[in-house]
Design a protein around this ligand. Structure first.
Ligand code: FPP
Length: 237
């Protein structure tokens, strides 16, 4: 393990494989999503001790509206419950919750839970957990570009600030250092395309409901073996 690569400050996860996890057990897909919510709790709990400052989780993409209505409502129910149930534990653990994505297509009750969770956890400084709901990176980039029209030329840092605002990220997040996708799929699926410009990508065959502290530590160990160059020449080359 190279001592030169520090722990990733911002880790993003595409939580995939809930359906397959359930199918292998002869269970309904909803059981996989429920088990996935358990993996979220384990991962959030493990993150601060791994040196992570921001954890962004892809819970519901803009394209997930195309799933069957009962699955959409199961997922929305789980998210609503998570925001309601976990916010106290987040406050106790110094975790700040933020939901990124669009809000205009969510029902009023989940928007209320989002606003309460964000307000009540706003002073958390140990870890920021961003949950992406009705999120599309390309839509976010288009919205930020629209908000920039009429402004003078922007630096990439200025554009990042507009992008964070377009997705309601409070606080604004730094670029992603490590992107993890579970379940063996190797795609970005419209997640954090701008923010992952220099992210290291780690893919694991583990299905999301089986993910937890050990898997997170393994992904970080893999990250720390990489030599990040950001377009420069490696110091050891
Ligand atoms: C992908 O599995 C997973 C999702 C579309 C939803 C992610 C949601 C959760 C983990 C549950 C709740 C989240 C929080 C933050 C409490 P899939 O259904 O695409 O699996 P498959 O590819 O095996 O069918």
């Amino acid at each position: 393990v190279s001592a030169a690569t520090p722990a990733p400050l911002h880790v993003a996860i595409i939580m995939d494989g809930n359906g397959r996890w359930a199918h292998r057990r002869g269970l309904a897909r909803s059981a996989g999503h429920r088990a996935g919510a358990g993996a979220v709790e384990r991962t959030v709990e493990a993150a601060p001790s791994q040196g992570i400052g921001t954890l962004t989780l892809y819970a519901f993409s803009a394209d997930n509206w195309k799933r069957p209505a009962d699955e959409v409502s199961t997922l929305m129910g789980l998210l609503r419950r998570y925001l309601r149930r976990e916010r106290r534990r987040c406050v106790e653990n110094g975790v700040r919750l933020s939901v990124i994505g669009r809000r205009d297509r969510l029902d009023a009750e989940i928007v209320r839970q989002i606003e309460r969770a964000e307000a009540e956890t706003a002073s958390g400084s140990r870890l920021t957990v961003r949950i992406a709901i009705d999120y599309s990176a390309r839509e976010a980039i288009a919205a930020a570009a629209h908000s920039a029209s009429g402004l003078p030329a922007l630096s990439t840092a200025d554009f990042s600030a507009l992008l964070n605002r377009a997705i309601h990220s409070s606080p604004p997040a730094p670029d992603v250092d490590l992107l993890i996708r579970t379940s063996g799929e190797k795609r970005l699926s419209d997640f954090l395309l701008w923010e992952c410009a220099y992210a290291e990508l780690v893919f694991t065959d583990t299905l999301w409901p089986d993910f937890g502290a050990d898997e997170l530590a393994r992904a970080i160990a893999e990250f720390q073996k990489r030599h990040r160059r950001f377009g420069m020449v490696s110091a050891t080359a």
